[in-house]
Design a protein around this ligand. Structure first.
Ligand SMILES: *[C@@H]1O[C@H](CO)[C@@H](O)[C@H](O)[C@H]1NC(C)=O
Ligand SMILES: *[C@@H]1O[C@H](CO)[C@@H](O)[C@H](O)[C@H]1NC(C)=O
Ligand SMILES: *[C@@H]1O[C@H](CO)[C@@H](O)[C@H](O)[C@H]1NC(C)=O
Ligand SMILES: *[C@@H]1O[C@H](CO)[C@@H](O)[C@H](O)[C@H]1NC(C)=O
Ligand SMILES: *[C@@H]1O[C@H](CO)[C@@H](O)[C@H](O)[C@H]1NC(C)=O
Ligand SMILES: *[C@@H]1O[C@H](CO)[C@@H](O)[C@H](O)[C@H]1NC(C)=O
Length: 478
């Protein structure tokens, strides 16, 4: 896939760490998470901008969900509580066949979605729609087996955690809601961002009787198998040349210092690492990648980091500059690197998902500001086996949902999907970037590395998406 020329402006970030780096004590095999909300948004409540007083209108419900939709073994019938939220404020009611917009939760709890997913609220009033937010199984309060510890214990319990089960859950809840509200004639449009966007587009293809259309924002459904080049994940941003150069040079400098006698102690002191300095390089890489992927207001983390790096006092050496970048971003706290943390649900859950089916093979090319590191399936598989006792199924997603020859396949068979991409989102390279048919359209949003929250039908995407959504709904009314 060709890059738009704007990519040239940008920093090329790495993606995936495949071999043990000199300073890496443990292999860290992490595919960048796709979460529609930056982690800082769910942890720092004061940064969540309430778009509306929507959260006050939202009611919480639980649905008794079936553990296993695809087997008829005794344990398949086990139920668990699945959370969903409904905002009734704008709804025109079942009698007027007003539509239902259903937001598909992704790899995170759903708590903040009514506040942070502006699209739905922006459009609810003009469509008189009901707003529904569904929480993905194994996240938030929708965890089977009674507790997260139990659910994540081993492959026997975590094995029910996959995308096919997730969209089957969503189908069951949508049916339940329509039934409960006597809203048989209310058309449903499903909406999601990133992984949730993939689910939304796949849902439209698998459950056309339940959703008349889908809006899939920044959904890298083509980043599986070999459809997209491994090193396609670029982070695009207008960071300064000097910042890029400093980061590029820092890796060999860190290795050089580390190889000196007492080098690790030196690094530990210079970076205020609280535990071992082993994972310093890893830590820095993830800091940059995360910043780039979520480079959006109010923080603009890339600018913050590069501001620190470029703003270091004149004559500072490379490590001091990098450290200034860390301080600028993380604050002047006691532990700069490797502070003890608890892994978030998203990190834990996404790790399982990537180790089972969501294997997005991202490698680092030699044209980024990181050391090159091609994706290594063998090592990744070993890691998964060790971690979960199972091997990934790298070809399952394309077997089950497709992806190869997508234009031809969807032109012949699919309809009513809007794919929106923020072109600066590093994952956009694995998205659908060209129009496919009259009703499978692509809309680009140019600004911001991360535009998954910006999937507004009207304001940002322009009239196209809005009129498409209207036409999907009118098709349904015929
Ligand atoms: C909807 O229609 C039904 C049947 O015609 C009627 O009983 C009910 O009162 C209506 N509800 C509203 C909110 O108008
Ligand atoms: C998972 O844990 C349960 C209970 O400890 C055990 O009975 C079961 O054999 C384990 N399954 C696997 C696949 O390790
Ligand atoms: C960080 O804090 C230490 C001690 O609290 C102080 O000496 C130092 O100047 C601070 N550094 C920055 C960059 O603010
Ligand atoms: C990690 O979680 C435990 C248990 O909830 C808590 O006691 C501890 O303070 C947490 N540690 C950090 C660093 O957040
Ligand atoms: C980078 O990778 C490309 C493609 O594999 C190769 O042709 C090129 O020589 C490499 N450049 C450097 C500087 O290693
Ligand atoms: C796709 O088609 C729509 C018109 O239906 C147009 O507005 C949009 O720009 C096209 N997208 C691309 C990526 O060409």
């Amino acid at each position: 896939m060709e890059h738009p020329s704007s990519y040239k402006l940008c920093l090329l970030f790495y993606i995936f760490l495949t071999h043990a780096a000199l300073l890496t004590a443990t292999h860290t095999f992490t595919i960048p998470r796709l979460s529609p909300n930056p982690e800082w948004e769910s942890t720092l409540h004061n940064t969540v901008v309430a778009i509306d007083d929507a959260d006050k209108q939202v009611q919480t419900f639980y649905f008794k969900q079936t553990l296993d939709h695809f087997n008829y073994r005794p344990e398949s019938y086990t139920k668990f509580q699945q959370r969903y939220l409904i905002n009734f404020k704008y709804w025109g009611g079942a009698n007027s066949s007003a539509p239902i917009f259903v937001y598909f939760g992704a790899e995170a709890p759903i708590d903040n979605s009514p506040k942070s997913i502006g699209t739905l609220i922006d459009n609810a009033a003009s469509f008189n729609s009901l707003l529904v937010y569904l929480e993905h199984r194994y996240y938030g309060k929708s965890v089977p087996f009674g507790s997260r510890a139990e659910a994540y214990k081993n492959a026997s319990t975590i094995g029910y955690f996959n995308s096919a089960q997730a969209i089957a859950d969503y189908a069951a809840i949508i049916k339940h809601i329509k039934n409960k509200l006597h809203a048989k004639n209310s058309p449903v449009i499903v909406v999601g961002g990133s992984y949730g966007g993939m689910l939304a587009s796949w849902f439209r293809l698998k459950y056309p009787h339940l959703a008349v259309g889908a809006l899939a924002s920044s959904a890298p459904i083509l980043y599986f198998d070999n459809i997209t080049p491994q090193n396609g994940y670029y982070v695009v941003q207008e960071a300064s040349e000097t910042c890029y150069e400093t980061i590029l040079k820092s890796w060999s400098e860190i290795r050089r210092v580390a190889s000196e006698p007492n080098g690790l102690v030196t690094l530990s002191k210079r970076f205020n690492t609280c535990q071992h300095p082993y994972e310093l390089m890893e830590y820095l890489k993830w800091m940059y990648v995360d910043a780039a992927q979520y480079n959006q207001p109010p923080k603009y983390p890339v600018n913050v980091i590069c501001g620190g790096i470029d703003g270091a006092s004149h004559g500072s050496d490379i490590l001091s500059k990098i450290f200034a970048g860390v301080v600028a971003y993380r604050g002047n706290t006691t532990c700069k690197v490797n502070a003890p943390t608890n892994l978030s649900q998203t990190t834990l859950g996404w790790r399982w998902q990537t180790c089972s089916e969501m294997l997005i093979p991202i490698g680092i090319g030699n044209d980024t500001m990181f050391e090159s590191a091609p994706f290594n399936m063998k090592i990744f598989a070993q890691f998964c086996k060790q971690m979960f006792g199972v091997l990934p199924r790298p070809h399952w997603i394309t077997t089950y949902y497709g992806g190869h020859n997508i234009k031809l396949v969807l032109r012949r068979f699919g309809s009513n999907i809007i794919f929106s991409n923020g072109l600066k989102d590093p994952y956009s390279i694995g998205g659908v970037l060209d129009n496919i048919s009259e009703s499978i359209v692509v809309v680009h949003t140019v600004n911001g590395c991360y535009s998954r929250l910006s999937l507004r039908f009207t304001d940002i995407l322009g009239p196209v998406a809005s009129s498409k959504a209207h036409s999907y709904l009118s098709i349904n009314q015929e």
